[in-house]
Ligand binder design. Structure first.
Ligand code: S5P
Length: 248
């Protein structure tokens, strides 16, 4: 189904914006910008920003984060037209995640269009995040599956995540998953563990190819080291973009 049509199926403004921008920009590539040096991160975004639909951050790994980091990320977001996904992987009770999402040093809800959470604490985690994020029009992804070897997000756990996504579909916009988990086009599946050659790293990360991820029903591939560790990240991002888009 076309992205424009999928945008009409969801009431969530972030999901609508994501479908619209994928349609306009013709890309289903998400960059996992996992660099610890702020200046290098900015240079990477400048190099790759025009190729991606989503910039995924781990804001807490940056060693020299300036106080105006959110303004700078927003400036780049507007310049290159992508959404920002803070990969926070919240995992606590509802009352605690509300504070972690809205407050502290990072104030994630203030600048991240999308964030994600584990479902291990039960639906209260979604309800807590939703209290903060829904009034701001933010979107949440549930970690229904993971890419790493021997992870526990399988079977009934994954199915329960899908059930809760349906229940909170004004705020939950989709999943981190390795394949399509539900036949409902309003939900978006983002898949990590993607490199041009299948394989693994030495800490249990498992890689599938862009073609296989998309053929398994994923919408967006998440690529980190495959792009930022390459000699020419921009050229490499173009390869991933082309591979993932043509596999649709
Ligand atoms: O199951 C997961 C979920 C996520 S969000 N496996 C993952 O690898 N991720 C994230 O995707 C991880 O935190 C990292 O930012 C990125 C994968 O990076 P790469 O360098 O292995 O491509």
């Amino acid at each position: 189904m076309e992205y424009k049509k999928r945008a009409e199926l969801t009431s969530n403004p972030t999901a609508q914006a994501l479908f619209a921008l994928m349609d306009k920009k013709q890309t289903n590539l998400c960059l996992a910008a996992d660099l610890t040096d702020w200046q290098e991160l900015i240079e990477l975004i400048e190099a790759v920003g025009s190729e991606i639909c989503v910039l995924k951050t781990h804001i807490d790994v940056i060693a020299d984060l300036p106080t105006n980091f959110a303004d700078k990320l927003n400036e780049l977001k507007n310049k290159y037209n992508f959404l920002i996904f803070e990969d926070r992987k919240f995992a606590d009770i509802g009352n605690t995640v509300k504070m972690q999402y809205s407050s502290g040093i990072y104030k994630i809800a203030g600048w991240a269009d999308i964030t994600n959470c584990h479902v291990v604490p039960g639906p209260g985690i979604i309800e807590g995040l939703r209290e903060i994020g829904l009034p701001k029009g933010r979107g949440l992804l549930l970690l229904a599956e993971m890419s790493s070897k021997d992870n526990l997000a399988t079977g009934e756990y994954t199915k329960t995540a899908v059930t809760w996504a349906k229940k909170y579909d004004d705020f939950v916009i989709g999943f981190i998953g390795m394949k399509k988990l539900i036949d409902d086009p309003k939900f978006i599946t983002l898949t990590p563990g993607v490199q041009l050659a299948a394989g693994q790293d030495n800490l249990g990360q498992q890689y599938n190819t862009p073609e296989n991820a998309i053929k398994n029903g994923s919408d967006i591939i998440i690529v980190g080291r495959g792009i930022y560790a390459a000699a020419n990240p921009q050229a490499e991002a173009q390869k991933y973009r082309q591979a993932a888009w043509s596999a649709l």
